[in-house]
Design a protein. Structure first.
Length: 307
């Protein structure tokens, strides 16, 4: 599971005053941080990336001090770029479970940082969460992404694996990586390299199971039995060529054989279909590259994020 760390825990006892780092604080279910003037509102807990604060510090050349809480955040956390995570994502800190409910907000007219620098990062970088389970949170606590509201299916194309002559290693590797990133894997199938059977499986998954994304593995090369790109294009409603092109370009840095890939990426309904290579090593490399961008892309496809 992806992890980060709490850098500061901040509250303000009165609205309109800057939040201060208190080190540790109880977080109450369906309420927020104990003693914080903004707790109990629709935006129960505010979170901000420590890396974004540091980037802002460098951009402004240290013109103003940026102590924890100065942007109005309750939790300053390193290791996550929160604005890329979709509504419904869940994070755990000890016993506390937070569910993302809002990305960004309108900056207050009298924001001290905006007055001094002409800019405030909270409107575009800050996020808000609902407290599903309460507990105590302290600086130094680990933060774990425990769930993305995304459902994935995996389809392996291999004659030999379908006949039971060899073990499918790539499909399980994809599932392992997706679960570590918080995806719910709803289906794993192995089929022979048959274009008709593969296209029928893709249609069934898209139209009946409705996953947010289908990752296929295998069948994307130059062999006469490699039919995954044709099967994928057969069921497509829209092409998303940038994903396949980016994966090829990235893979070319690892092996020149990547130029032989015929992999494609498309959508059918609200499901994104992405062809991946056939080896466990290659799928791991490709997923490491593409998954961060998919957080935003799937959100757009589902109508939950702006372009």
């Amino acid at each position: 599971m992806k992890q980060g760390k709490v850098i500061a825990v901040c509250i303000s006892e009165k609205k309109g005053t800057v939040k201060k780092d208190v080190g540790c604080c109880k977080i109450l279910a369906e309420y927020g941080l104990e003693g914080d003037a903004h707790a109990g509102s629709a935006r129960q807990v505010s979170l901000l990336s420590a890396e974004k604060v540091e980037a802002f510090r460098k951009k402004t050349g240290g013109v103003v001090e940026l102590p924890p809480g100065v942007f109005g955040e309750n939790l300053l956390i390193e290791g996550f770029d929160f604005k890329h995570y979709p509504i419904g994502s869940r994070f755990q800190i000890g016993e506390v479970i937070l569910e993302l409910t809002q990305i960004g907000k309108t900056c207050h007219t009298g924001c001290e940082i905006a007055q001094k620098t002409g800019e405030c990062i909270m409107p575009r970088e800050g996020v808000f969460a609902r407290v599903l389970m309460g507990g105590e949170v302290c600086s130094g606590d680990m933060v774990t992404l425990i769930r993305l509201p995304f459902r994935a299916a995996i389809l392996t194309a291999s004659d030999r694996a379908a006949r039971g002559e060899r073990k499918d290693l790539s499909g399980p590797k994809i599932a392992e990586i997706l679960r570590e990133e918080g995806y719910e894997v709803i289906s794993q199938e192995i089929l022979s390299d048959d274009e008709e059977g593969l296209s029928e499986a893709l249609i069934r998954l898209c139209d009946e199971a409705h996953p947010d994304v289908i990752f296929t593995t295998g069948g994307t090369g130059l062999s006469p039995r490699d039919h995954m790109p044709e099967a994928t294009k057969k069921v497509a409603e829209r092409d998303v060529p940038g994903i396949a092109e980016a994966i090829r370009a990235y893979s070319m840095k690892i092996t020149p054989n990547a130029m032989l890939s015929r992999a494609v990426s498309v959508t059918r309904g609200k499901t994104l279909i992405i062809n991946l290579p056939g080896s466990p090593k290659a799928v791991a490399e490709c997923l490491e590259f593409v998954l961060p961008v998919l957080l935003h892309g799937i959100g757009i496809l589902r109508g939950e994020a702006d372009e």
